[in-house]
Design a protein around this ligand. Sequence first.
Ligand code: NAD
Length: 260
Amino acid sequence: MKLKGKVAIITGSASGIGAAIARRYVEEGANVVIADLNLEAAEAKAQELSALGSGQAIGIAMDVTSEAAVNAGVAATVQHFGRVDILVSNAGIQIVHRIEDFPFADWKKMQAIHLDGAFLTTKACVPHMKRQGGGAVIYMGSVHSHEASPLKSAYVTAKHGLLGLARVLAKEGGEYGIRANVICPGFVRTPLVDKQIPEQAATLGISEDEVVKKVMLGETVDGQFTTVEDVAEVALFLAGFETNALTGQSFTVSHGWHMG
Ligand code: NAD
């Protein structure tokens, strides 16, 4: 039980990567808050994870772009579980267009979810972590924190931005035992990616099979998708790593798509 007694808030964890991290944390004894836009799905996921018989999970409604909603969610976490040791800022969406066609409203929505969400959740959790003597903040970046792809200007910009936020938090948090790191997955088969396959095929004028084999997995060492379990294992390692030896870093999990 690597996380026994720890309390984790994971945003966007009713689905996909966040849900797998929540499961892994609960299996290791953590009490987990499933903070998601979709309350019904968050509560269902929390019930499923609590039934595992290790840590407890609760579901709460949180729109990470709303300062009031984030502050209320973090306050509810502390009220329910007494503390917050781990923040996984994971909620995210994808919108793809060429730059000249990108609706400004969609650009702003992307920055709001990925960057405002990371900032607001961090800002709300740090005072609790300081008071407790430390904590782990994990941002869900992407290979797109390091690489660029056509059509993804908003996503690539936001995911690069998370590296900056993590590095500043690593410096500000060091003396308080607050560590900040970024996980950078390659393509993981979640609803976020399933939606992109037909969209990219239409925009690029190629088949869906070609989108998967060439665009998504063409640069990997073995043509394989990264799995939610792969990412959850790295998130467990980072949450359980107790010293500042690992802070301000990014960890790429991508079947060798990005090396560096
Ligand atoms: P997903 O669509 O399966 O899950 C995203 C979750 O976020 C959903 O439950 C959704 O309700 C929630 N959400 C959306 N907007 C929100 C908001 N404003 N506030 C709170 N919750 C909100 O997606 P996923 O693939 O699991 O993606 C999770 C994270 O991983 C994202 O940040 C994404 O950019 C990143 N990522 C995904 C991949 C991939 O290939 N799937 C690769 C690299 C990085």
